[in-house]
Ligand binder design. Structure first.
Ligand code: PEP
Ligand code: MG
Length: 888
């Protein structure tokens, strides 16, 4: 086996793949001269080997560890397990990517009944020594022996009560000695064995426990949620302990080099004096803001500021740092790229370009398309903000409304029943993850801005309010009490505002977000790099205007059937369907023509100067009629009530027609252009409405640009028929109005045959738009609605499908048809414009594919337009850098 251990100052360059994120960070900080305690990393390869061996430490590792500990002893001048001058270490996990709170840490390892006395002598601080010892017993018992921390909390609480004190830091040395003794007793009771006094045994048990923690439930869930491969494994870092609990000139904290909520350039974070390790993130005591350190310990604060700026220069990114101050001296314990809100991601990226730290390309790659999506978060309508019932910390931005639930399981159950829920907890732990996933927002009564709840919610892009200490929470009985005395029970609705920390009773109206200057700037850079055009799917003038604001360069799909909805219009459409002759159909068609014309005027005006693709009627006609069962019931009732003969005759006719239009397989039935060919008057009406709208706008001085798109075309003859009809009607309208306009006729490619005969279709079609919703249904032979409800979930779970093909484009099947369609279509008509308007047009991975096969544009729903602009830029940049064909 290759080298299994690396010291932090090892000159060999090894990356995070082997050292894990934490190990790599410690090594890097050591190399750039920052104050880091000495230590070494056991590689992730050892963890993988541990699992390959079925849970056994590989041969030779013990000797390597012992040798490395001796080196650490030499460097520190202390001895592991010594009664006079003991070396203590922390044993910490560290995977390749950060998995906050998912795996385990043990501090103060090397303490036993002997060395605790040595520590007391060494530091001349008996209280400190016993505090360290009792913490170690708890952590070791929890992580290695599987005994819940709560049991030890009880032991501590008893002693606190006995000594009449409130805080841990107030317990006396004698009291802590008592806690240590009782804790050891507890271990013996539970495990039947005494707490291990051999420090080497402690060390190897701890190393194994860290390897094992890679496969605990919460780590597995976290990996699934974040697409982290199970094979990676974790490294183990063994580091000389430094102590934040040595008095009021010591402490521990976490800080970000910039504000992770807003992205503002300021040192940001929290610390606790006279505290150790996880005390800050665990949210047990509410910590102080880092700014206070400037007054309390000005020199340390200055040093931390210097370290922060060095770290940013080195990593060229915002960093998240863990540190400990031991008697005034700063030690860095960890650095990693800081998790941030979407807002901060954008701001940091843009600011760093202005500061000359990174270039635009790097900035664009730093922000994930989903982040851009998060930015479009809802807010509480500023006009309707009431009095908050409590205010906590603004831990993760955005507003959410939901019924209160008090446990993660409850959150999951209620969400499954279709409710929006707010998960309310004293604080969250990794065991609450499933509930946080299910909730709309998170509310905690304890914990700071870097508590588990805050960090995870920001990562998920979910609103969170933490540290709402004014609320009295009784989770067991499902009630919270406000400072004003109001009692809120399980199931009542609240609104939380993660941008202000406010909590409100009842459901406040939420409004859509506005995006700021940094966002606009980043997206304008995206536009410089992307090759793909970005259009929107929009059916109304409002959606058209919104998508234009989000940067859409036109409309890629207007679904005209959406204009046939609403009670008044449905009635006209029904009249059209019920007409028995072409003549009878004229009257309702004329009324529809007028309505559609004004719809198109609105849309073309909102998109003035930009192309608007209008898709003619697509769904089967029976969708506009009531269900036959309902009609039959209505008919029965009408008869019972003694309704008039004409009324009954009308219902009978409607029922007959509804039955006649019923289909076994509506998805593959009488829909799309098939309607337009059998009832040409319907499509002619729609084409006329578009052309008349455009002609009028042109006369009014606008610049309307329309493209008529025919759905579900599968044969050359269909295409020819439809194109001829469209040109005839448009030309009639234009010449009647005496205007000239450029327009296009094209087709959706959404049945497999269309892709196969694309070369023939392109003789008549001037553009193609891949309707990948239908194309996916018809290529797989899955009916989307049935598949998603019944078997797709299982398919994905069992790995039969890598992912839901309706969410992310199936490149090898559907994608192959797309490639064929593009190639053959362009062979016939080199200037053929090709885009995509299925749901996949707003999915980052599918957008990459669209770029790779050379589409001209993607079309996505309005809110996904910014995401699509960024995703399109990212793939163009990756291509430019030669990065995209790597794993194909
Ligand atoms: C499609 O099939 O991909 C499409 C965009 O059309 P619709 O979803 O309206 O069927
Ligand atoms: Mg379709």
């Amino acid at each position: 086996m290759a080298k299994s251990i690396y010291f932090f100052d090892d000159p060999e360059p090894v990356g995070r793949e082997l050292l894990g994120g934490k190990g790599a960070g410690l090594a890097e900080m050591t190399k750039i001269g920052l104050p880091v305690p000495y230590g070494f990393t056991i590689t992730t390869e050892v963890c993988r080997e541990y699992y390959r061996l079925g849970g056994k430490l590989p041969e030779g590792l013990r000797e390597d560890v012992i040798q490395s500990m001796h080196k650490l002893e030499e460097r520190t001048g202390r001895k592991f397990g010594d009664t006079n001058n003991p070396l203590l270490v922390s044993v910490r996990s560290g995977a390749r990517v950060s998995m906050p709170g998912m795996m385990d840490t043990i501090l103060n390892l090397g303490l036993n009944d002997e060395s605790v006395l040595g520590l007391a002598k060494l530091t001349n601080n008996e209280r400190f020594a016993w505090d360290s010892y009792r913490r170690f017993i708890t952590m070791f018992a929890d992580v290695v022996l599987g005994i819940s921390k709560d049991e030890f909390e009880k032991v501590l609480d008893e002693v606190k009560e006995k000594e009449h004190v409130k805080y841990d830091a107030e317990v006396s040395a004698e009291g802590l000695k008592d806690v240590a003794a009782k804790s050891k007793e507890l271990v013996k009771q539970v495990t039947g064995k005494p707490f291990p006094m051999d420090v080497w045994e402690q060390l190897f048990m701890a190393i194994e426990a860290v390897f094992k923690s890679w496969n605990n439930q919460r780590a597995i869930l976290y990996r699934q949620l974040n697409n982290i491969p199970d094979e990676w494994g974790t490294a183990v870092n063994i580091v000389q302990m430094v102590f934040g609990n040595m008095g009021d000139d010591s402490g521990t904290g976490v800080a970000f080099t910039r504000n992770p909520a807003t992205g503002e350039k300021e040192l940001y974070g929290e610390y606790l004096t006279n505290a150790q390790g996880e005390d800050v993130v665990a949210g047990i005591r509410t910590p102080k803001a880092i700014k206070e350190m400037a007054n309390e310990w000005p020199n340390t604060y200055a040093e931390l500021t210097r370290v922060a700026s060095l770290l940013e220069k080195n990593y060229k990114d915002m960093q998240d740092m863990e540190f400990t101050v031991e008697k005034g001296k700063l030690y860095m314990l960890q650095t990693r790229s800081g998790k941030r809100t979407a807002q901060a991601a954008v701001r940091v990226a843009v600011d760093m370009v202005h500061e000359g730290l990174i270039d635009k390309e790097t900035a664009l790659l730093r922000v994930s398309p989903e982040d851009v999506n998060h930015l479009l978060h809802k807010r509480i309508d500023p006009n309707s903000k009431g009095q908050p019932i409590a205010v906590g910390l603004a831990a993760s931005p955005g507003a959410a409304v939901g019924t209160l639930v008090f446990s993660a399981d409850e959150a999951v159950a209620e969400a499954a029943a279709g409710k929006n829920v707010i998960l309310c907890r004293p604080e969250t732990t990794p065991d609450d993850l499933h509930g946080m996933v299910a909730a709309q927002g998170i509310l905690t009564t304890r914990g700071g801005m870097t508590s588990h709840a805050a960090v995870i919610a920001r990562g998920m892009g979910k609103p969170a309010v933490t540290g709402t200490e004014a609320l009295k929470l009784d989770s067991e009985n499902g009630v919270v009490q406000t400072p004003g005395g109001t009692i809120i029970r399980r199931g009542e609705v609240v609104t939380i505002d993660g941008s202000t920390g406010e909590v409100f009773l009842g459901a406040l109206p939420l409004v859509e977000p506005e995006v700021g200057a940094h966002f606009e700037e980043l997206l304008s850079w995206a536009d410089e790099f992307r090759k793909l055009g970005v259009k929107a799917n929009a059916d109304t003038p409002e959606d058209a205007a919104l998508s234009r604001k989000f940067g859409a360069e036109g409309i890629g799909l207007t679904r005209t059937e959406h204009m046939f909805l609403g009670p008044e219009r449905t009635q006209i459409v029904q009249d059209m369907i019920m007409a028995e002759t072409t003549e009878e159909r004229q009257e309702p068609l004329q009324r529809l023509l007028e309505l559609q014309r004004s719809d198109f005027i609105g849309i073309l005006k909102a998109m003035d100067g930009l192309p608007v693709t209008i898709r003619l009627l697509d769904p089967p006609l029976h969708e506009f009629l009531p269900q036959p069962e309902d009609l039959a019931k209505e008919l029965d009732e009408a008869k019972k009530k003694g309704a008039s003969d004409t009324e009954i005759a009308k219902l009978e006719r409607l029922l007959r027609r509804a039955i006649q239009l019923q289909e076994h397989n509506p998805m593959m039935g009488f829909r799309g252009c098939r309607l337009g060919i059998v009832y040409p008057e319907i499509y002619e009406m729609q084409v006329r409405a578009v052309a008349e709208a455009a002609a009028q706008l042109k006369k009014d001085g606008y610049n309307p640009r329309f493209q008529i798109m025919h759905p579900l075309v599968g044969t050359e003859a269909e295409m020819k028929f439809l194109a001829d009809m469209t040109h005839r009607v448009v030309n009639e309208v234009l010449s009647a109005n005496g205007v000239q306009l450029d327009y296009k006729v094209g087709t959706m490619v959404e049945v497999p045959r269309a892709a196969l005969v694309a070369g023939d279709l392109a003789k008549y079609a001037e553009f193609f738009s891949f309707g990948t919703n239908d194309l996916t249904q018809l290529t797989f032979g899955y009916s989307r609605d049935d598949a998603e409800g019944k078997f797709l979930g299982t398919y994905v779970q069992k790995g039969i499908l890598p992912e839901d093909p309706f969410v992310s484009l199936d490149k090898s099947g559907v994608g192959r048809l797309i490639k064929l369609g593009v190639t053959e279509g362009r062979a016939t008509r080199p200037e053929l414009e090709v885009g995509i308007c299925g749901e996949h047009g707003g999915d980052p991975k599918s957008i990459e594919f669209c770029h790779e096969v050379g589409l001209n544009y993607v079309s996505a729903s309005p809110y996904r337009v910014p995401l699509a602009r960024l995703a399109a830029a990212q793939i163009a940049i990756k291509e430019k850098r030669g990065e995209i064909f790597k794993d194909k």
